[in-house]
Design a protein around this ligand. Sequence first.
Ligand SMILES: *[C@@H]1O[C@H](CO)[C@@H](O)[C@H](O)[C@H]1NC(C)=O
Ligand SMILES: *[C@@H]1O[C@H](CO)[C@@H](O)[C@H](O)[C@H]1NC(C)=O
Ligand SMILES: *[C@@H]1O[C@H](CO)[C@@H](O)[C@H](O)[C@H]1NC(C)=O
Ligand SMILES: *[C@@H]1O[C@H](CO)[C@@H](O)[C@H](O)[C@H]1NC(C)=O
Length: 433
Amino acid sequence: MWTWYKLLIFFYLTTEIWMEKQFVSRRGMNLQAYSTGNFTDLERTRFKRALYKGHYCRTRGCCEDRNDDCVTHFYEANAMCYCDKFCERENSDCCPDYKFFCQGDNLYQKGCLRDGRHYEEGSVIKENCNDCTCSDQQWRCSQQVCLVRPELIENINTRDYGWTAHNYSQFWGMTLEEGYKFRLGTLPPSPTLLSMNEITVTLPSKIDLPEFFISSYKWPGWTHDPLDQKNCAASWAFSTASVAADRIAIQSNGRYTANLSPQNLISCCVRNRHGCKGGSIDKAWWYLRKRGLVSHACYPLFKDQIFNNNGCDMASRSDGRGKRHATKPCPNNIEKSNRIYQCSPPYRVSSNETEIMKEIIQNGPVQAIMQVHEDFFHYKTGIYRHVNSIKDESEKYRNLRTHAVKLTGNITVALPLVGTPVDCCWPQLPSAS
Ligand SMILES: *[C@@H]1O[C@H](CO)[C@@H](O)[C@H](O)[C@H]1NC(C)=O
Ligand SMILES: *[C@@H]1O[C@H](CO)[C@@H](O)[C@H](O)[C@H]1NC(C)=O
Ligand SMILES: *[C@@H]1O[C@H](CO)[C@@H](O)[C@H](O)[C@H]1NC(C)=O
Ligand SMILES: *[C@@H]1O[C@H](CO)[C@@H](O)[C@H](O)[C@H]1NC(C)=O
């Protein structure tokens, strides 16, 4: 037993040492290859920086025949690559720009490289939200602030801010300005809205507020998932229709569970003439009360908001007894029911976190207007808190806009009604995947 044990240890040690030696000698080989091109330290740093831009053979120079010293660091792949003729084998170990710089007569052909591909002078490629033009063998890029910022995502995800960030592919390529312009769409609360009296929820004095709460568990089938507003800046309509639909289902004890049509609001609420260019929630609530909405199935979202945002395809008339009825069929061939849903007047809940929790638990989801900072577009999970941008650039980013969301539960942290949101509600930005 003993010997076996010792042997094992011994074997283990020798393997380690042997491996270490192997490692050193291989590294030595690489070092040697590297030091033959005799650069000063400064030159070497510059060399590295140039390499990063996809210049390998262009910087190293090309070599004839087989020349194992004709090698350079391929940083992107964490490997070495070659610029000698010998690299053109079946298992090529040529640098990405070998073909372009070392082959044929193209030795100093004009144009630019990107990921090993050659682009003509004047070519334009897109780098996230910026356009890069090849000019004098260099990429020159516009300097717009992008909506998705990989360095911000990394900063958030590697530190403990309490929430995680995500690279939403539908935001990739948009500028921050476009994000504010197309992905939000609620005007700041008007004086009328702000002067509404707060209602205090009366609950049995003994109620334990749960650790977390999810509306769809308490009212299965009665609450509605968020619709994606895409590039239509109408969170005023999306959040209002969704909260109203949930509330109608809950108040009717599940008798009316249809989702309501934000498109009906966008196209027909003439007091919010801007449609997909923003609107106010008080006008939306006014419309719901006075005119009413049909279901989302009856009046679905247009595929392309930008080009279809003109006419209103629904109308209603009062029957004289306080109820309204649609005077047009649904603007699609499938849904037959053009029932009009109306709401009682909205009320305002105090901004006290506990009060909001009670309200949601007792009566259903609420709507909140919040200020949006640039980092919110990356929000995925956790409890959102604004993370400040890099100081010297802050002016570019400090550009707040307002947004309206539906709060459905899970409130365990501070949640002022106008301010930071919670980790539950993502009605207008993409439904988190
Ligand atoms: C190193 O630099 C010296 C002086 O600049 C030059 O004469 C020599 O050829 C270089 N050696 C190599 C291997 O490039
Ligand atoms: C983010 O997503 C886009 C689109 O899906 C992708 O092209 C890009 O490489 C991603 N960026 C990062 C840093 O993951
Ligand atoms: C919020 O309301 C609760 C009672 O519902 C009260 O105990 C608490 O102090 C209030 N918090 C603030 C910040 O006003
Ligand atoms: C709600 O919060 C709990 C506890 O923090 C968490 O485990 C859960 O995933 C959250 N649910 C949602 C839908 O965010």
